[in-house]
Design a protein around this ligand. Structure first.
Ligand code: G3D
Ligand code: MG
Length: 202
């Protein structure tokens, strides 16, 4: 954790300009693989990094499909409840949520489900697309996307919340960029719908 964490303002001042960058928050239970996924996404490209101040934050570029060249500012906020009021002020207008799941850890699936529901149902996050990274697919016993869909209760989320389950292995990086592409597609779809709704109102 950064030792120089002062007031909110100094945190915000430390952030890079994010014009045209999509804001993505990475969530999930401890040891699901959030940090591994973030640095694996980052590792294949060489972009400026942001110093870690109680959490990790990296600018990552999409490499596949329409997400190619798109900049994402990805926040790996960890499980540090204490810091949430602080980062919430910055992540309020998040474009997407990446929920990282340990696909083997069946024992904590219920806990993961609750955490995801809490996040998706927060008023700040209404309609924000959710990418579920079904991580650790390299391990024996890893659950398949279809099963995870059911176990996480994704169908119970609000109809306005679009979601996608992407099997992944954060260690090799398999599935990570495909996941970001899927998230980007959902973000575009949401924007298009918002724009149409606005036009109709006129
Ligand atoms: P977190 O940031 O969500 O808390 P980490 O999780 O990224 O710190 O990862 C927790 C542990 O899971 C790490 O192992 C990491 O290597 C492992 N891990 C992450 N992704 C994968 C994956 O796709 N496959 C496998 N097999 N392991 C993964 P350690 O041993 O360091 O605790
Ligand atoms: Mg971590």
């Amino acid at each position: 954790m950064g030792a120089n964490m002062g007031k909110n303002s100094s945190l915000l001042d430390a952030l890079p300009s994010t014009q045209g960058t999509l804001h993505v928050v990475m969530l999930g239970l401890d040891s699901a693989g959030k940090t591994t996924a973030l640095y694996r996404l980052k590792f294949d490209q060489y972009l400026n990094t942001v110093p870690t101040i109680g959490f990790n934050c990296e600018k990552v570029k999409g490499t596949t499909g329409r997400a190619k060249g798109v900049s994402f500012l990805v926040w790996d906020v960890g499980g540090q409840e204490k810091l949430r009021p602080l980062w919430r002020s910055y992540t309020r207008c998040t474009d997407g949520i990446v929920f990282v799941l340990d696909s083997v850890d069946v024992e904590r699936l219920e806990e993961a489900k609750m955490e995801l529901a809490r996040t998706a149902k927060a008023p700040d996050n209404a309609g924000v697309p959710v990418l579920v990274l079904a991580n650790k697919q390299d391990l024996p016993g890893a659950r398949e996307p279809r099963e995870i869909e059911k176990l996480l209760g994704l169908h119970e989320l609000a109809a306005s919340t679009s979601w996608h389950v992407q099997p992944a292995c954060a260690i090799t990086g398999e599935g990570l960029h495909e996941g970001m592409e899927a998230l980007y597609e959902m973000i575009l779809k949401r924007r298009k719908l918002a724009k149409q709704a606005k036009t109709r109102k006129r």
